[in-house]
Ligand binder design. Sequence first.
Ligand code: MD6
Ligand code: FE
Length: 211
Amino acid sequence: MPDLFAPLRPEMESIRDGVVLLAGFADSGTLLPYIRTLTTEAPFRHMVTPGGRQMRVAMSNCGPLGWVSEPTGYRYAPTDPLSGKPWPAMPAVFRDLAARAAACAGFGIFEPDACLINRYETGTSLSPHQDMDEADKNWPIVSVSIGVSAMFQLYGNIRGGTPLNIPLHDGDILVFGGPARLAFHGVRKLAPAQHALTGSRRFNLTFRRAR
Ligand code: MD6
Ligand code: FE
């Protein structure tokens, strides 16, 4: 039974200065086969933080650069440390989607050179952090949610305080930039749920301009 109340077109919501939510902007049915192919080439892995802990979110990358966490620190690398080979190319549909989302959200031209692919299982959370490893913080970050819904927690530019809770559903895109570019943010533990295309999982694509 089709959802008679599904929006006819995506909606844009300004969350706060520098944070725009484009609800239902992405089509996960189009993106998921790419994620499957990319992560066959560069498999999901649980990276180790400089603090020595294994991340609960499984990660991979595509594009000229990939974000990696290692005991020695965080960095953007042109090659996958697991294989020594370049990360798989960023599909044109990914790059175009990110560029359209940034433009729609009012951030102008966006040319990402890195796409981090995150995978959450039931119970997986992402601790509050800032995205600090990109050279030029004037570029926004475009974040695409796929599959099971999650609660995104948006803090201020200093650690702590009470977060703004933003539910992110399948197809939602969050664009993050300007005065919010260095805001702390995290993702609450993924609740048990089922999505027709991803089962109990959530995927997230975060597009960045690293260099
Ligand atoms: C996630 N997202 O939604 C994790 N970072 O699974 C992020 O860490 C993130 O959504 C920077 C900008 C937007 C984001
Ligand atoms: Fe982040």
